[in-house]
Design a protein around this ligand. Structure first.
Ligand SMILES: N[C@@H](CCC[C@H](N)C(=O)O)C(=O)O
Length: 257
């Protein structure tokens, strides 16, 4: 059977989007999801996202990593899904949708999506890294220079090592550019490689940089390999709330496979 798909990218984190409002997609077919995400044999993407009907809200997001397994929240994917929902006529320029980590509010204007992310109460500070969950788990490691880093090899060592082991984590390497701007390179679990951007990752970096005193700003700019993102938040007694991930979400092409 032919599958209609739409391809989107958000700062280079790319996704196969499928309109599953009629529930025709086989959600347990891991091989089919991995095939569609395969860059040589399929469409090619870091992940696949289903847009589904929701009884109360505008839509529901179901996210799979490129390895074919359903996973936790994808920030860039959520931003791209808002743009996809607008293309389908499901929303105009505001959305409320449900994802695996709960409800998300979003707006879209001229291709720029503001996506509200999970509140964060727990920021684990260790000697050389910070660990926190922004909808997906993130190890944030501060470095003086990341230009020449072998992200795949360093990232996979941390992702599969203790204490994360098989369940794993995403791994972000961060370099300070100024008090308001950080450069980030991310190794993504489920892609098992560096991606050009990670939305929950830069959200984790912004909060980690604030929690460790690397910035005292509540609007943080993040330079990733695929472009620029911004994270804004409010913080009271270590409780990060009203957290917003902001950046472009772009339609690339559509087809049948
Ligand atoms: N690219 C994503 C993160 C996707 C989930 C991640 N790979 C995981 O399994 O934890 C983003 O933009 O947040």
């Amino acid at each position: 059977m032919q599958q209609t798909f739409y391809k989107y990218q958000g700062t280079g984190n790319d996704f196969v989007m499928i309109d599953n409002r009629l529930q025709t997609f086989d959600k347990n077919n891991t091989k089919q999801v991995a095939f569609l995400c395969d860059r040589r044999f399929g469409v090619g993407a870091d992940g696949l996202i289903l847009l589904e009907n929701h009884p109360e809200y505008d839509f529901k997001m179901v996210y799979y990593n490129a390895d074919g397994n359903e996973s936790t929240m994808c920030g860039n994917g959520g931003r791209c899904l808002v743009a996809f929902a607008q293309q389908l006529g499901v929303i105009t320029n505001k959305a409320v949708f449900e994802a695996i980590d709960g409800l998300h509010h979003a707006t879209i204007e001229n291709g720029i999506v503001h996506l509200q992310m999970l509140d964060v109460d727990v920021v684990e500070k260790h000697d050389n890294h910070v660990f926190l969950n922004t909808g997906s788990p993130h190890h944030v490691q501060f470095e003086t220079a990341i230009e020449d880093f072998d992200i795949k090899s360093k990232g996979s060592g941390i992702r599969y090592g203790a204490p994360y082991n098989q369940e794993g984590t995403n791994v972000n390497f961060v370099q300070k550019i100024s008090d308001t701007t950080f450069r980030v390179r991310t190794y993504e679990r489920g892609v098992e490689d560096e991606t050009l951007s990670c939305g929950t990752g830069v959200t984790a970096v912004a909060i980690a940089m604030h929690a460790t005193g690397e910035t005292n700003q509540s609007t943080v700019n993040l330079n990733v390999e695929g472009g620029k993102l911004q994270v804004r938040f409010d913080v009271e007694n270590g409780h990060y709330h009203n957290v917003w991930l902001i950046g472009p979400a772009t339609y690339v092409f559509e087809g049948n496979i």
